[in-house]
Write a protein that binds this ligand. Sequence first.
Ligand code: HEC
Length: 195
Amino acid sequence: MAQFEDKVLHELDGIKEYDNPMPGWLMAIWWGSLVFAAAYLGFYALSFGEGSMEAEYRAETQQSLAAVQTHFDAHPLVPPKAADLLAGAKNPAVLDLAAARFAKSCAPCHGAQAQGLIGPNLTDDRWIHGGQVEQIFQTIAKGWPAKGMPPWGRAMKPEELSALVSYVRSLQGSNPPNPKPAEGDPVVPEPLPGS
Ligand code: HEC
């Protein structure tokens, strides 16, 4: 024991305790992680500096919005020909496709038979935004967001969009039960092919 005598730090009631400090490398890791944690907290969690989570989020949002815009610029919404939209109103395959989409996306506001609910009756001869197929296309594609009609042009495939126009045209004069009172101006619809 004699060789350890000079290392004794404490002695209490005859119990002797050696001084065993932590090795320097371990202390360095300890202090290093404290400093790192403080810097990390400030930088990321409290959002100081360029690389903060918030700055990163903003930059990435900007990037994806720009990518969406680039895609839209490269693929503009081309209105189909009126003749094709009118022909679609007599094509069962087109009408089936549209009926499924209408039930899912439009019926909640316009009613299952387009008789009108929150949105106007789409089967009568009065139109707020015009009842020619090209006008109906514009209404459905761009919507009237301020009036509660969402834009659908970017939310569905082009063939679904034009099928819906044909479908709405095909419902003209269908006289569903419980119609919402007519709104807008009277429109004489364009004739369908073969009628
Ligand atoms: C969130 C409710 C809502 C949904 C969903 C909705 N619409 Fe509308 N829609 C409206 C409202 C409200 C208007 C009336 C806008 C106005 O008063 O200017 C409208 C207007 C319209 C018009 C113009 C009617 C007119 O008289 O000029 C058409 C056509 C139309 N919607 C078709 C559709 C189609 C097709 C869908 C499904 C893809 C759809 N809407 C989904 C609420 C909706």
